[in-house]
Design a protein around this ligand. Structure first.
Ligand SMILES: Cc1cc2nc3c(=O)[nH]c(=O)nc-3n(C[C@H](O)[C@H](O)[C@H](O)COP(=O)(O)OP(=O)(O)OC[C@H]3O[C@@H](n4cnc5c(N)ncnc54)[C@H](O)[C@@H]3O)c2cc1C
Length: 376
C-alpha cells in the first residue's frame, strides 16, 4: 500500500460505508450472497483491503478487517476463514494444490473452512474421533464435524483427523480435502447471531484424499505446528470481528446519546451515560491493542498462544458488554429489530464460543502465567 495509513483507512471506511454497509444491513438473517464475493473482494482491495500476498502487514490487515466487520461482520468472518484456509494450504500444500486453491480462496471465487469441532468433542478436541486410515496412495476419512464456519459452501477444508498410519503411533493431523475430488456432505446449523455467516455439520463417509494432502511439503509434525499458528491467527482475526461489532455499537450509542432528550436534556449529558461511553471506548481501545500485539507476535514468528488467547477472550467478551450497554443507552428502542443494536448483541454473543470458548482461552493464559495446567 502506497498511501499513508490514515489515507487508505479513511478511503476504505468511506467505501465500505457507501458500498458494503447497505448489504450488511440487508443480509442480516440470510446467507451472504456468495456469487458476489469476488466482486466484493475486488471492491475491498480497491478501497485498500489488503490481499495476503501483497500486504502481509498483520496490523494493517487487522485495521482493514475491523472496518469491514464494523459494517458487515458475517462477511468479514466468511472471508477471514477462507483466508485462514488459504494460508495453511500455501504453507504446506504441494505446488499444484497451491496453484489450484490459494488465489481463488483469497479472491473469493473459492470458499475454505477449518474443521476441528465434533458432536462429542468441542473444547477437548484432542479426543476427536474422525479418523483417516492410509490405503495405498490415499487416506480414507470417516467421521463428523460440527459447527464448522463456511463448511456448506466450501470448496476446500482443512480437517483435523486422528490418523493411524502403519507402524506409527496414532496422532492428530490436518488433512486438506478438495471437495470436488473428495466429496463430503454438509447440513446447516442455524444459530442466534452472525446468521449470514453459515455454520454447518460435515459428514465424511469413506472420503478418499490423496496422500500428499496429509503429508504436505514438509511432513506431518511441522504441519500440525502450522495449523496451530493458523488457528492463533484466526483467533486474533475473530477478535477483530468482535472489535468491529463493538465499534458499530459505540458509534450508534454516541449518535443516540447526542440526540435523545429526557428531562429536558440530551441523555449524553447525564454522567451515568457518560460513564458507559467511557467504558465502551476504553475497552474497545484496549482490545485493539491486545489484538495488534498478538498479531505482531505472530508476524514475527514468536510463540503467541498466550497473546492470541488473551486478545480473543478479552475482545469477544468486551463486545458482548459493549453491545449490551448500547442496548441500555437506546432504552426500549435498543431491543427493537428496527434498530441494529439487538443484532449487534446477537452477533457479539456468538463470538465468545467460536474459535475456542472464553473459558478455554482463560485456561491457556493462566497456564502460561502460573506455570500450572488445568488440562490433563
Ligand atoms: C459462530 C461459531 C463458529 C464456529 N466455527 C468453527 C469452525 O470453523 N471450525 C471448528 O472446528 N469449530 C467451530 N466452531 C465450534 C467451536 O469451536 C466450539 O463450539 C467450541 O470450541 C466449544 O466447543 P463445544 O461447543 O462443543 O462446547 P464444550 O466443549 O462442550 O463446552 C461447553 C462449556 O463447558 C466449558 N468447558 C469445557 N471444558 C472446560 C474446562 N476444561 N474448564 C472450564 N470450562 C470448560 C466451555 O467453555 C463451555 O462453556 C464454531 C462455533 C461457533 C459458535
Amino acid at each position: 500500500m502506497n498511501a499513508a495509513p490514515d489515507d487508505w483507512l479513511d478511503s476504505l471506511r468511506a467505501g465500505l460505508e457507501a458500498d458494503i454497509k447497505p448489504l450488511g444491513d440487508r443480509h442480516t438473517d440470510d446467507r451472504i450472497p456468495l456469487d458476489m464475493l469476488p466482486q466484493l473482494v475486488k471492491m475491498l482491495r480497491g478501497h485498500g483491503y489488503p490481499a495476503d500476498d501483497d500486504a502481509p502487514d498483520e496490523v494493517a490487515g487487522a485495521l482493514a478487517s475491523e472496518e469491514l466487520a464494523r459494517v458487515f461482520p458475517s462477511l468479514e468472518g466468511c472471508l477471514m476463514v477462507s483466508h485462514a484456509c488459504a494460508r495453511y494450504i500455501a504453507a504446506v500444500g504441494t505446488p499444484e494444490l497451491c496453484d489450484r486453491a490459494v488465489s481463488g480462496l483469497l479472491g473469493g471465487t473459492k470458499i475454505g473452512c477449518l474443521a476441528s469441532t465434533e458432536p462429542d468433542h468441542g473444547s477437548n478436541n484432542a479426543a476427536m474421533e474422525t479418523r483417516a486410515v492410509p490405503d495405498g496412495d490415499e487416506y480414507v476419512i470417516n467421521g463428523r464435524k460440527r459447527w464448522i464456519s463456511n463448511a456448506d459452501p466450501s470448496d476446500y477444508a482443512v480437517v483435523l483427523c486422528r490418523v493411524a498410519a502403519e507402524n506409527e503411533p496414532e496422532e492428530i493431523r490436518p488433512i486438506i480435502v478438495e471437495r470436488e475430488r473428495s466429496p463430503y456432505r454438509t447440513a446447516d446449523l442455524p444459530k442466534l447471531g452472525l446468521t449470514a455467516f453459515v455454520t454447518s455439520e460435515m459428514v465424511f463417509e469413506d472420503c478418499r484424499v490423496p496422500r500428499e494432502n496429509c503429508v504436505g511439503r514438509e511432513g506431518p509434525l511441522r504441519n500440525l505446528q502450522l495449523v496451530f499458528r493458523t488457528l492463533q491467527w484466526a483467533r486474533c482475526r475473530m477478535a477483530v470481528v468482535s472489535l468491529g461489532i463493538a465499534r458499530a455499537a459505540l458509534e450508534a450509542s454516541v449518535a443516540y446519546a447526542r440526540k435523545r432528550q429526557q428531562f429536558g436534556r440530551r441523555i449524553g449529558e447525564f454522567q451515568l451515560i457518560q460513564d458507559k461511553i467511557y467504558t465502551m471506548a476504553a475497552e474497545i481501545d484496549a482490545s485493539r491493542l491486545l489484538i495488534h500485539r498478538a498479531l505482531t507476535s505472530i508476524q514475527e514468528n514468536r510463540r503467541s498462544d498466550r497473546e492470541a488467547s488473551m486478545a480473543k477472550a478479552y475482545a469477544t467478551e468486551m463486545a458482548v458488554r459493549v453491545a449490551s450497554d448500547a442496548i441500555q443507552i437506546h432504552g426500549a428502542n435498543g431491543l427493537s429489530p428496527d434498530y441494529p443494536l439487538e443484532r449487534y448483541f446477537r452477533d457479539a454473543r456468538a463470538l465468545t464460543i467460536a474459535e475456542g470458548t472464553t473459558e478455554i482461552h482463560k485456561l491457556v493464559v493462566a497456564r502460561s502465567v502460573l506455570g500450572l495446567s488445568a488440562f490433563r
